[in-house]
Design a binder for this molecule. Sequence first.
Ligand code: AMP
Length: 280
Amino acid sequence: MKVVKYADAMQLLAQEIRKSGKRIGFVPTMGYLHDGHMSLVHMAETRADICVVSIFVNPTQFGPEEDLQSYPRDFERDLNICKKANVDIVFSPDAAQMYAVDHSTHVEECMLSEGLCGLSRPRHFRGVATVVAKLFNIIQPHIAIFGRKDGQQAAVIKRMVRDLNFPVEIVVAPTVREPDGLAMSSRNSYLSDQERTEAISLYRALLLAENMYHSGETNISVVRKAMNDLLGSYLLVRIEYIEFVDSENLRAVSELRSGVMVAIAARVGRTRLIDNTVIA
Ligand code: AMP
């Protein structure tokens, strides 16, 4: 497994791989890898010849009050996990490598980024779109895998790729969960024991929505109220939003139907968690 720290070296390597006729599969991550990340890696490995994982805690997608400094990091552990999973290349630049001190160019998706998490994280998706565009230019993948867990991010990236003609196929992989249903996330490591117990409430609320739909309920107000009540019964959980949107264009929908993404953001203690389900 190669570990590459410099953008120009990575770009040269990518060009050589492409020249040799091999397909590059790419999984962008912020590290502190878990089985959710690794499911994307396995998908990249089955869809491409060379699997590249980036590990980069991207400063531009964090707000000034957010957890950039405390974001969990364990590079050696991540490398071991990648080695075991037969990853071919880990690209792990530092921030100075990715952003010149006078960088002044951004990629901004201006529609899908507005609602949901965009309301409380105003610059977040601009940071995400910019770093993903840069990583695509550096790694030159044929295919890139993103997680459904970050449903809005996946929609924004798909839109950016379409609008800016990136020659990259975007695949969205299912959410991997802990045995009790909590969506795996690097940020779960922030949770105290009691918070971890209550964090399951997000998944329970999503299951409730799915079950109500499958019992014939399509009225969003009714489902939202039931989800609100359920989440409200947990002492440490503060809801940021419960939204019902079309999973592709993220527009609010008027009734529950197949293809609707039910999305939750909530604080459990001080940790902000998100989760979603797409109604089948
Ligand atoms: P992150 O390191 O949190 O930025 O995530 C990197 C990629 O892994 C993103 O495409 C996420 O959507 C994806 N991801 C994170 N958690 C999960 C999960 N539990 N299941 C599937 N994909 C995930």
